[in-house]
Design a protein around this ligand. Structure first.
Ligand code: GLC
Ligand code: CA
Length: 507
């Protein structure tokens, strides 16, 4: 049986408001993305994941959905989306959307009805409870701080929200909610959507009895989300969705935002090959950029993922500080090494837009901040396509929704064989050309301190020196791609690497 497209492929995450603005209103949109398909094909990606494109009051920038089966007017309309899907498909690129099943917007018609009276039709689509001792129903804490409960005077009860009060949690103990999401999945799959990234995948179901969470010994004053999230019933949701995915050809893909740090818990979301096909690995995102911790995250991940599962790797996204800043502090040598990590492990890599040029986290001045949660704006600024006014993102006199920031851009790197973009493209091309770089097993190799080296299959090795001194690894063969491109094609017998240098070697 041939492997599914996403096992061989590379996914590219686009934050739609910040990729390309086609109508000069300062906001990126679907038509802008369509016009950049040539670029994405040239880069060599196989799938695109779009952050939420649904109508939303944008209290949490699209993660507060007010209509699950339509397109936000800032981003375009259904016809533009269909055209995007079709033209991407002609280039062998599939489109994944983001689905937010844990909560809706408080502006969703379901919630408007739910809060209207205790016997409203949609009352039990959300989690309503009586308070305790004059306070909220239990001790659960919102991911964004404060209690997960808000008192609603109209009906004299509290409603649950694991995130903002404007993001009421859906009640997955209500059969109607399950059916509604079955329909939402099918609605998009019928329109050629190749799958979903599932927001807060580990948190969809809450404890039916609303039991108190235990204190978190590691964080003073916090509780561990044992009952508010990570419930066993969540797996049933994914088994049901997976069956729906398998009704389609090709089978649709589920990628979970499984924000759990224990690799074994993370891997549980693969089920027995009957739940998520991919579960995001946050232990890797939060690891320091050092050989030992990274090797151990990868080894633990490889050990935990079931045989029918498949790893997925990402280093940046719309919620965390971009890796060229977080891991590399802007140092181009380190950025290059990080791209080797992302693109040469066993598993599906997910590039965040801008990763391919080593785009750094941007400073967003306080008066331009739009997100309530601190640093996230700096990872969501417009793509820097070129140096001139508008940066190829929008028209020249238009102020973008978030500032451009500073730094590199696509145009200045595109024709430079020594650029980060060219390196990224070379690694993507190597994956396409070499079966072992897609499917070959991962095996750690012994290496001096600060060096992380691994084999892929029988005839490829990757070595990264993540230390400040030169080091020699016991690897012999020909360098296919080096972080120092002047070494491409070099025959080595024992591979000596300078500080923050890496190489992909054909053994
Ligand atoms: C996920 C999203 C994040 C959002 C949160 C609540 O973590 O990635 O952007 O704020 O869910 O929906
Ligand atoms: Ca626009």
């Amino acid at each position: 049986m041939s492997r599914p497209w996403w096992q061989d492929g590379v996914i590219y995450q686009i934050y739609p408001r910040s990729f390309a603005d086609s109508n000069a209103d300062g906001i990126g949109d679907l038509e802008g993305i369509r016009r950049k398909l040539d670029y994405l094909e040239w880069l060599g990606v196989d799938g695109i994941w779009l952050n939420p494109i649904n109508p939303s009051p944008n209290k949490d920038w699209g993660y507060d959905v007010s209509d699950y089966t339509d397109v936000h007017p800032d981003l375009g309309d259904m016809a533009t989306l269909e055209r995007l899907v079709e033209e991407a498909g002609e280039r062998g690129i599939r489109i994944l959307l983001d689905i937010v099943p844990n909560h809706s917007s408080d502006q969703h018609a379901w919630f408007a009805d739910s809060r209207s009276s205790r016997d409203a039709r949609y009352r039990d689509w959300y989690v309503w409870a009586d308070g305790k001792d004059g306070g909220p129903p239990n001790n659960w804490q919102s991911v964004f701080g404060g209690p997960t409960w808000t008192y609603d005077e109209r009906t004299g009860q509290w409603y649950l929200h694991n995130f903002l009060p404007e993001q009421p949690d859906l009640n997955w103990w209500t059969e109607g909610v399950w059916e509604a999401f079955d329909d939402i999945l099918r609605f998009w799959f019928d329109r050629g959507i190749a799958g979903f990234r599932i927001d807060v995948a580990h948190g969809i179901v809450n404890d039916k009895e609303l039991r108190d969470d235990p204190p978190d010994p590691e964080h003073e004053g916090r509780v561990k989300p044992v009952y508010s999230m990570n419930r066993p019933e969540t797996h049933e949701v994914f088994r049901r969705w997976r069956k729906i995915c398998e009704e389609y050809d090709p089978a649709r893909l589920l990628v979970g935002e499984t924000h759990v740090l224990d690799p074994v818990v993370m891997a549980s979301y693969y089920g027995d090959g009957d739940e998520l096909q991919l579960a995001f690995n946050f232990a890797c995102v939060y690891a320091p950029f050092e050989a030992d911790p990274l090797r151990s995250v990868v080894e633990q991940t490889e050990a935990a993922i079931p045989e029918r599962g498949w790893p997925v790797w990402t280093l940046s996204n719309h919620d965390v500080i971009r890796f060229p800043t977080r891991w590399a502090g802007g140092d181009p040598d380190k950025i290059r090494c990080a791209l080797f990590v992302l693109l040469l492990l066993r598993g599906t890599p997910v590039l965040y837009y801008g990763d391919e040029i080593g785009l750094e986290q941007q400073e967003v001045p306080e008066e331009r901040e739009l997100d309530f949660a601190g640093d996230r704006d700096g990872a969501r600024t417009p793509m820097r396509w070129s140096a001139g006014p508008g940066h190829g993102f929008t028209s020249k006199d238009v102020e973008p929704w978030l500032p451009f920031g500073t730094g590199t851009d696509v145009e200045s790197q595109r024709d430079d064989p020594d650029s980060i973009l060219s390196l990224c493209r070379a690694l993507l091309a190597a994956r396409r050309e070499r079966e072992e770089l897609r499917s070959g097993a991962y095996a750690s190799m012994s290496a001096p301190e600060c060096v992380w080296a691994w084999r892929r299959g029988d005839s490829h090795a990757v070595a990264l020196n993540l230390g400040a001194d030169a080091a020699t690894v016991d690897v012999s063969g020909m360098i296919l791609v080096g972080t120092r491109r002047d070494r491409d094609g070099e025959d080595v017998s024992g591979l000596t690497l300078g500080p923050y240098e890496g190489a992909l070697v054909q053994l």
